[in-house]
Ligand binder design. Structure first.
Ligand code: NAD
Length: 451
């Protein structure tokens, strides 16, 4: 038996003791996690600074703060969510009662990406704990300092048979994937999502896949142009564009395109200054491979703004392109970097056709004041979720489930949706013993029999 088999067996045995199932235990574990984060905020920020040059502001507002908010939301609602849920029964079930009992799955494997190494590793863990599961957490090896701190913190607060961190690369992840976990939650790229699902299929393990894709922003002619530019620039260039729900490219109505371009450039300057490469608060590209991948996009279309880069520091300026073609690699792949191509359109049907020709986006951002335009896009275009007149904010509220559709993922989490994701809904019908309906039996002769 390998090391990971033994670990999984220990987690399985611990789960079988039923310790993780009491609500008090789960709430205490969430409080421990909350305490850990608060007490080690500086350590985590320092690690994210080393891994990605994340500023203290971004590390708190898009990572630690979000996780803390999610924990307190879940603690507040957990008792209510986990109560058995009464449901109606139909007339044929006269005398009986129905309810749904929320069962944990048991042992869970949570695989994280590097781009928001704290938020995207710990948010699924909140769901796993809330629902009463054990967890093996596998952070990304591309944010190694953050992974180290997470590992130390988790080890200091939880026994290994309940929650543990395993660090490692693709090979280690595949070893873990070969084991018979009861649930797998994966956040990462589409190709690796397929590997995860294939491995899970061997054990018929249910999965949630939080993947990526090209998320469009649409600026309609009636949009508040200045505000649209500001909110799009913010959503795109935070974390240097390395955000799964960043607007990947824009469709801008021809009538407002010139005005929008100017407003977008102003917005970028006001967010990052005239010289973003010198801005100490601007996130770096995660490594040289990604730097070279993104750098190639700069040669495509026509450059409207930006384009400076520095390999030594791993920084690429916020860059705006236009006149790109769907055949260009920048339009074929998820950009996942600070490059924003702009397409123009005359009629909304061109936008809808363009998006429909490509895999389902994880997010979509529409800027318009027109309810009919909103209804048309929301009603007819397939995408995971999104915002009207904003970007990214839909993932920050625990009241909205977050997840993709088609190639951008399956399943969802955040708030109650996390609790549901990590719970099996066990349906129970409780039958009366006061009477017995004879008509259900093939030899029915007499009327209702009171027992
Ligand atoms: P990735 O798929 O390369 O890696 C994610 C995890 O999978 C890591 O822990 C890594 O160790 C592991 N892994 C990598 N290659 C593997 C392999 N061959 N076999 C088994 N495991 C492997 O993704 P990434 O580069 O860390 O993140 C970027 C991608 O993730 C983007 O596509 C982005 O859109 C997506 N993403 C999605 C979300 C979301 O919430 N939907 C959030 C962040 C990132």
């Amino acid at each position: 038996m390998g090391t990971y088999d033994q670990l999984l067996k220990r987690q399985h045995d611990f789960y079988e003791t039923d310790s993780t199932k009491s609500i008090e235990f789960r709430i205490q574990a969430l409080k421990n996690l909350e305490y850990l984060l608060k007490a080690n905020e500086q350590k985590l920020m320092k690690a994210m600074k080393i891994d990605l040059n994340k500023s203290a502001f971004e590390s708190y507002s898009s990572e630690i703060g979000i996780v803390l908010h999610e924990i307190s939301f879940v603690i507040k609602h957990l008792k209510k969510w986990s109560r058995p849920k009464r449901v109606k029964t139909s007339l044929t079930h006269l005398g009986s009662k129905g309810y749904v009992h929320y069962d944990p799955y048991g042992t869970t494997l949570l695989i994280g990406p590097w781009n928001y190494p704290v938020q995207l590793t710990l948010s699924p863990l909140i769901g796993a704990i809330a629902a009463g599961n054990c967890a093996v957490v596998k952070p990304s090896e591309l944010a190694p300092n953050t992974a180290d701190v997470l590992s130390q913190l988790i080890r200091s607060a939880f026994p290994e048979e309940y929650i543990t961190v395993i660090q490692g690369d693709a090979e280690v992840t595949q070893e873990l994937l070969a084991l018979d976990f009861d649930y797998i939650f994966f956040t990462g790229s589409v190709p690796v999502g397929k590997i995860v699902m294939e491995a899970a299929a061997k054990n018929l393990t249910p999965v949630t896949l939080e993947l990526g894709g090209k998320s469009p922003g649409i600026v309609h002619k009636d949009a508040d142009i200045k505000l649209a530019a500001k909110r799009l620039a913010w959503g795109k260039f935070m974390n240097a564009g390395q955000t799964c729900v960043a607007p990947d490219y824009l469709y801008v109505h021809r009538e407002v395109k010139e005005k929008f371009k100017e407003a977008l450039i102003d917005a970028v300057k006001s967010l990052y200054g005239e010289y973003p490469l010198k801005n100490q608060a601007y996130t770096h590209i995660v490594n040289q491979n990604h730097f070279h991948r993104i750098e190639q996009y700069l040669t495509e279309g026509t450059m409207v703004y930006g384009g400076d880069k520095d390999l030594n520091q791993l920084v690429i300026e916020p860059t705006i392109l236009e006149e790109v073609a769907w055949e260009d690699s920048v339009m074929q792949q998820e950009i996942f970097g600070p490059v924003l191509p702009i397409l123009e359109y005359d009629d909304l049907s061109e936008v809808m056709e363009g998006i429909a020709r490509n895999p389902n986006p994880l997010a979509l951002y529409l800027f318009t004041q027109d309810q009919q335009v909103e209804n048309r896009i929301v009603g007819s275009v397939s995408f995971g979720g999104g915002c009207i007149n904003d970007t990214v904010f839909h993932i920050v509220t625990p009241y909205l489930p977050f997840g993709g559709v088609g190639t951008s993922g399956m399943g969802s989490y955040h708030g109650k949706s996390s609790f549901e994701t990590f719970s099996h809904q066990k349906s129970i019908l409780k039958q009366t013993t006061l009477f017995d309906n004879p008509f259900r039996y093939p030899n029915a002769k007499n009327g209702l029999k009171i027992l």
